[in-house]
Write a protein that binds this ligand. Structure first.
Ligand code: KG4
Ligand code: ZN
Length: 358
């Protein structure tokens, strides 16, 4: 089964053709980073206009590179939520037009679920192995920071989430404060490699520091607004040397990532997760990858690190996930709505070993 995936939830226009959920035949991404860099963040209206320009060439290229024509496809999977509404509307209108013209079925994909699926694109074996469940998904991106427990029947529970900024947002905002450029995550990752992560003491949110116990209901939740404010006070009105800058950035990055590792490991232990997967744009981060690896090794839990090309927004994860809906006979109508937010009920994860969808 060949599925065309389409992604336009933020500032990447992407299309991919994926065979049977795992064989990525093409994955094309047109990034708008340069356009939005001037503003230090994504402007939804501009993103929508760019998607409109880029969708046709991106989809055409994805089909050509896959070696297949539209007649050979089995369906179209499009990110329908969560994301920037103007950006989603363009991608969804395009996908619906294509579905109507070609007669192909369409399915709307939850982008958050897509990020988790990205970890498994190259690993159907991990999904097929009952011994890996429950799986703990650690989703860290520009829009999300969440710990999700996935059972083999496809039920998933959000164990914790951020109460304010997402981890990627905390990095992007820090880079803005330090005038480093956009997006901040990869720049901070690079600079921090030559900095001292122990030189500055940045506060860690919701870890019970300073004698303040964590409220039990927030033990797997995150908060990154404090560390960002602390950075602002730390550097305001100061002239930073090259070394100071690298140390500030390394210490800041460590404060964000250490909380992610600590909470992920606590959630995995308390919920008897058998496999941990790290996904989303921030999962590209070298410090986070290394520290998650070390922490998992220490307790003997297997870790699945998403390949960097499937961490940041892409359509392979959307087309791959779409296959699992189509194989269960699940499709959407052309009145499929788009949504800005992650619904509290994540629905069944159709790629789980024993997901049964009606
Ligand atoms: O998954 P993604 O492409 O988009 C969302 O769904 O949000 O994630 C983008 C986020 C940005 O905040 C970006 O700064 C961050 O991922 N990011 C990184 C790295 N590469 C991308 N953060 C830390 N280290 C990186 N190497
Ligand atoms: Zn994303």
């Amino acid at each position: 089964m060949f599925v065309l995936g389409i992604e336009s939830s933020c500032d990447e226009t992407a299309a991919a053709v994926v065979r049977d959920g795992h064989e990525v035949l093409s994955s094309v991404i047109s990034s708008q980073i340069k356009l939005h860099a001037a503003y230090g963040g994504v402007i939804p209206e501009l993103a929508a206009r760019e998607h409109l320009k880029n969708l046709q060439p991106v989809v055409t290229t994805a089909l050509r590179e896959s070696g297949h024509t539209i007649d050979e496809l089995s369906g179209i999977a499009v990110t329908s939520h969560p994301g920037l509404i103007p950006a989603l509307l363009v991608g969804n209108a395009y996908a619906k037009g294509l579905a109507a013209a070609s007669g192909l079925p369409i399915v709307g994909i939850n982008h958050f679920q897509g990020h988790i699926y990205g970890a498994f694109l190259d690993h159907p074996d991990y999904l097929a192995d009952e011994a890996n469940y429950p799986i703990l998904g650690v989703v860290v991106s520009g829009g999300h920071t969440a710990l999700v427990l996935i059972e083999q029947d496809g039920h998933a529970k959000v164990l914790g989430t951020t109460l304010d900024d997402a981890a990627g947002e905390a990095l992007d905002k820090a880079a803005k404060i330090l005038s480093l450029g956009y997006p901040g995550g990869p720049i901070i990752d690079r600079l921090a490699r030559e900095g001292d992560p122990h030189r500055y003491d940045f506060p860690k949110g919701l870890v019970g520091g300073g004698g303040k116990p964590i409220p039990p209901e927030h033990r797997y939740d995150f908060s990154f607004s404090g560390v960002k404010t602390s950075l602002l006070y730390q550097v305001q009105g100061r002239e930073l040397s090259e070394k100071d800058l690298r140390d500030v950035v390394a210490s800041y990055q460590a404060a964000v990532m250490d909380v992610l590792v600590t909470k992920a490991m606590a959630a995995a232990r308390d919920n008897q997760a058998r496999l941990i997967c790290l996904c989303g744009g921030v999962a590209c981060n070298s410090y986070l990858r290394q520290h998650m690896e070390e922490a998992c090794k220490k307790v003997g839990k297997p870790l699945l690190l998403t390949p960097p090309k499937y961490c940041t927004d892409n359509a392979a994860m959307i087309g791959g996930l779409g296959y699992h809906y189509f194989r269960h006979g699940l499709t959407d109508n052309l009145d499929l709505p788009v949504g800005a937010r992650l619904p509290p009920d994540l629905g069944l994860f159709p790629f789980a070993k024993h997901a049964f969808l009606e």
